[in-house]
Design a protein around this ligand. Structure first.
Ligand SMILES: Nc1ncnc2c1ncn2[C@@H]1O[C@H](COP(=O)(O)OP(=O)(O)OP(=O)(O)O)[C@@H](O)[C@H]1O
Ligand SMILES: [Mg+2]
Length: 462
């Protein structure tokens, strides 16, 4: 079997002829300068350098590949393994092999080794990932919807689009997508700092993002570097951007437009070099219409939004069983059962497919982890799948004729928050703990949904 795509770098015709029999598609790049565009476009399975490509150029290719977490094997033809001018050795930098001469037999042997390693890697988890998914991205799914999202992630990451917006319901994989965009753009070694805009009060969030100078407010007893600065040339991830207070939204807009900001209480302009990725599980346009989100910020953010479809949507539901299998194979709670549980019974699989998954991949993962823990046989059965029966697709199908039935997540969230507050006797700390959120988030949700304490309700209705 030939390697699907080989890219030959350099103008040497003999090297191109040498590589041709080993591939279905041969590509060439004249030199190292136009190699990256070809790599991003073609995604070769092997890069071959001809003898005329300078050793230092190959070194810089290998270093950049590592930085970008690219796992494409490369071979240098006719290059000795000697060190480059600054002491770098190609093998140390990760070249797969260096061949002394243009010998088809030798090249064939090296390609066989590359294929054997690839087959070995593929025998594990690779069925879970789409062909469009770069090796550095671990997003399970082969459905049309996830393919579209991954394609968008790649396009955005390879462009210089900044800021990047990721939208989708809770648990659809927005944080995973943000990390993927970061890794494709900056490599896995670069800094990725995340901040949840719903989890902090306005003042704290401001000093967290921008930093503050000493004495700028009562408890500012020393200077603080903000996350925008800390992210350096990596990525800052603003999770749940819709929860950012309006006055901070204005400050963020300035950063996005002018790429500069000031610490709280500071007078020095600081340059922001980081990629800014924001995520939201709310409909931001609706937030704009309702006056909770700045329209100008919305337009600035949504240049090329990456959308993650809910699991129940028709073009993503094929991923449900694939994800379930993946979580069975990669259990984090019960790793000792990995390999013992082989899959799901037919009935269990059918029921997973029927469920609406309001919590999306996160909910699916939790359901599977719990089932793994409870299951004693080698297949997860229906009895150990704890899914809320009211949320089955069948229920929604019968509800289709009754449009008043409200399946919206917002409604469910509002009810849950109200219920927790009720049970906690309106003690916010207790209610927040029951919901697994911070007090600040709880306050934000109470305000957002206009949830009122019982005595207030009486007063209003009286
Ligand atoms: N395609 C996927 N493949 C594998 N795991 C996934 C995938 N999508 C999401 N997950 C897992 O599901 C969980 C939730 O994902 P993530 O935190 O990225 O969701 P989210 O959209 O940011 O949710 P929220 O809006 O609630 O913050 C994580 O454990 C994540 O690893
Ligand atoms: Mg998230």
């Amino acid at each position: 079997m030939a390697l699907e795509k080989i890219l030959v770098v350099g103008k040497d015709i003999e090297t191109q002829q040498l590589a041709r029999p080993f591939t279905k598609q041969l590509f060439s790049a004249d030199d190292i300068h136009d190699i990256w565009e070809t790599i991003d476009h073609v995604e070769p399975h092997l890069v071959v350098f001809d003898p005329n490509v300078p050793h230092d150029h190959i070194c810089s290719f290998l270093k950049k590949s590592k930085k970008r977490s690219l796992l494409i094997p490369s071979i240098a033809i006719g290059t000795q393994q000697e060190q480059s001018s600054n002491g770098d050795s190609l093998l140390d930098l990760g070249i797969f092999d260096c061949l002394q001469g243009k010998d088809p037999k030798l090249l064939g042997k090296v390609i066989d080794r590359i294929k054997a390693i690839a087959a070995d890697n593929n025998s594990g988890d690779n069925d879970f990932f789409s062909d469009h998914c770069p090796p550095s991205v671990r997003m399970v799914g082969t459905s049309p919807a996830i393919n579209r999202s991954i394609e968008m992630m790649r396009l955005v990451a390879q462009s210089s689009c900044n800021p990047v917006l990721i939208v989708g319901e809770t648990g659809t994989g927005k944080e995973l997508a943000a990390q993927a965009v970061h890794t494709i753009r900056h490599g896995s070694d670069a800094k990725f700092v995340a901040v949840n805009c719903a989890a902090l009060t306005a003042n704290l969030l401001e000093s967290e993002l921008f930093g503050h100078v000493k004495g700028s407010f009562t408890s500012a007893d020393r200077e603080k570097i903000g996350l925008l600065e800390l992210a350096g040339e990596g990525t800052i991830f603003l999770d749940e951007i819709s929860e950012m207070p309006l006055e901070l939204q204005a400050k963020l807009l300035r950063v996005l437009q002018e790429k500069i900001f000031r610490k709280v209480g500071g007078i020095k302009d600081i340059l922001c070099k980081a990629t800014i990725i924001a995520s939201s599980n709310r409909n931001l346009l609706k937030e704009v219409d309702e006056g909770r989100f700045r329209r100008d910020l919305y337009y600035r953010l949504s240049i090329c939004p990456i959308t993650l479809a809910p699991l129940r949507s028709e073009d993503r539901s094929d991923d449900i069983l694939l994800l379930a299998q993946y979580f069975i194979k990669n259990s984090t709670i019960c790793p000792e059962k990995t390999g013992k549980i082989k899959g799901l019974t037919k009935l269990a699989a059918e029921n997973l497919k029927k469920h609406l998954w309001p919590g999306n991949v996160r909910e699916l993962r939790n359901v599977i982890e719990r089932a793994i823990m409870l299951e004693k046989s080698d297949k997860i059965g229906l009895t150990n799948l704890h899914i809320h029966p009211e949320q089955f697709m069948e229920a929604s199908a019968s509800a289709a004729s009754a449009p008043t039935r409200d399946f919206s997540l917002e409604r469910a969230e509002k009810e849950l928050v109200a219920k927790a507050l009720d049970e906690a006797g309106w003690q916010k700390t207790r209610a927040a703990a029951m919901l697994g959120i911070t007090r600040a988030t709880l306050y934000a949700k109470v305000k957002q949904y206009n949830i009122q304490a019982p005595q207030t309700k009486v007063a209003v209705t009286a």
